[in-house]
Design a protein around this ligand. Structure first.
Ligand code: PLP
Ligand code: ZN
Length: 470
């Protein structure tokens, strides 16, 4: 499709490249690449509520059931026959007054966008549909990623489903939740447990892909982010295209926040929405690069002229102090986010904010989400934890409308959930003390009973009987 092309995000470079090229970054200046479209040459409905209809897919194709390709008009970089899907994007936007009141919002003010319903259990499938589509366009046979777990689960699932792509996965040894590792192994990917953490695995996978001519699907891949834009479209569709005040997501490698920003300002620039929500990116305090650089050091997008020296000296400081990312929200345990600059752009265009929350706040928020019947993994709950903190600080008003993105499924990391609910505080401190987690105010404790009818009936009655006097 000639109306789409790749373009360097650096305004001093402006390098443009064909869609058919596979590039890990701008060959001229090394910055990230964007996918750009000549919108005036492309068919688009004039009203947002006409978006997302299944009109442009051959009958019976997987695109009929893809929550990504349903919005193919807004990510038109590949012809229909190349579009790959494993049924991603069937997610739901659920209003929740209970969770809203935990965050300090008035009834009707909070929605949860649950991305755990994707085929591999996280939002990453939206982006992988985009990356795999490009990989198929360029005829790639091997694809690789570094991962804290969910990107690898998604890559492995798409590769297995394609039957034609070999997946190679780089994971920091000991840095992955078992739910995610089990997926990569079960789907048959070559799984390399690299001695080190995510930031190490990311550095190595880039070198290996370069050396071996392997297709890289990490979120430096701009086609990944095109797929992830559709999360925003589904949120807005779920709100009948009424724009909320805030859109809140966790921040790790910053691919999601970057994609959300692009989705929003493209819709706005096309005149399809009248304004944009403010984007909030939530770091764990154990992996706070974005929040430190923005809030403490004043790093800004600045029209694309980003202060590279400031970033370099921040990273040099981390290295000098031997500081590594350390959070139980393993999906965001990343200190060198590859999409940092794109995220800065998204923050500027949407008047966005970034903040840090503690792992204790994350686990407490996760328990609150679950009481709504929605299971998410720790990193996902950072969005609710962050909303609550901004409400407390008076940045978010009680009557504001807030959408929290829940990025991944609870069963990805059952250990964190069982530790919170099932363990004594001493055991919890032993497991998670190094993350600053010491209490579990919303724990739902299991009740140990003897194999005795009397004792079991007593336990049941203690729970279900109305208290005396009612
Ligand atoms: C990948 C991931 C994140 C972080 O998203 P980025 O795009 O890397 O910022 C958050 N939560 C979950 C569950 C993830 O898998
Ligand atoms: Zn460039």
């Amino acid at each position: 499709m000639s109306h789409a092309y790749q373009k360097c995000i650096n305004p001093a470079c402006q390098g443009e490249f064909d869609i058919g090229e596979t590039l890990p970054g701008c060959p001229r200046c090394g910055n990230l690449l964007d996918i750009q479209y000549n919108w005036d040459k492309l068919p688009l409905p004039s009203r947002a509520r006409d978006l997302g209809r299944v009109t442009s897919w051959p009958a019976g194709g997987m695109g009929q059931v893809s929550g990504v390709w349903r919005f193919g008009d807004l990510i038109p970089f590949a012809p229909l026959e190349n579009r790959v899907s494993i049924g991603e994007g069937h997610t739901q936007l659920r209003p929740s007054d209970r969770v809203g009141s935990y965050a300090g919002l008035k009834p009707g003010g909070l929605w949860l966008q649950y991305e755990g319903l994707n085929p591999s259990g996280s939002f990453k499938d939206n982006g992988m549909a985009g990356a795999f589509t490009h990989a198929s366009l360029v005829g790639a046979k091997v694809a690789a990623c570094a991962s804290t777990g969910n990107t690898s689960a998604s890559l492995a699932a798409f590769a297995a489903a394609s039957g034609a792509m070999r997946a190679v996965i780089f994971i920091g040894d000991g840095k992955v939740a078992y739910g995610k590792l089990s997926q990569a192994l079960d789907y048959g990917a070559l799984t390399l447990l690299v001695k080190g953490d995510f930031d190490d695995a990311m550095a190595r996978v880039r070198e290996v892909c370069q050396e071996e001519n392997i297709y890289l699907v990490n979120s430096v891949n701009p086609f990944r982010l095109e797929g992830q834009k559709t999360i925003v479209y589904r949120v807005l569709e779920g709100l009948s295209w009424e724009v909320p005040d805030w859109l809140v997501c966790p921040g790790g490698n910053l691919g999601n926040s970057s994609a959300f920003g692009k989705a929003l300002y493209e819709l706005y620039d096309l005149g399809l929405i009248p304004r944009m929500p403010r984007l909030v990116v939530v770091n764990s305090a154990g992996a706070p690069t974005l929040s430190r650089l923005v809030n403490k050091h004043g790093l800004v997008w600045n029209g694309g002229t980003v202060d590279d020296k400031l970033i370099d000296s921040y990273y040099a400081g981390l290295d000098a102090r031997g500081e590594r990312a350390h959070t139980l929200a393993s999906a965001i345990e990343i200190n060198r986010p590859v999409n940092l600059k794109k995220c800065l752009r998204a923050l500027e265009r949407t008047q966005g904010l970034v903040l840090e929350v503690s792992d204790q706040e994350i686990l407490d928020a996760k328990a609150q989400v679950a009481r709504e019947g929605i299971g998410c993994e720790p990193a996902s709950a950072a969005s609710l934890a962050g909303t609550r903190v901004l409400r407390e600080r008076g940045v978010i008003a009680p009557s504001d409308r807030v959408v929290c993105i829940l990025t991944g499924h609870q069963l990805k990391d059952p250990h964190a959930t069982v530790a919170y609910h099932g363990k004594s505080l001493a055991e919890l401190a032993e497991d998670y003390g190094s993350f600053g987690v010491s209490t579990a105010p919303f724990a739902n404790r299991p009740v140990r009973v003897a194999n005795s009818l009397g004792e079991i009936i007593d336990a049941v009655r203690r729970d279900v009987r109305p208290p005396v006097g009612k």
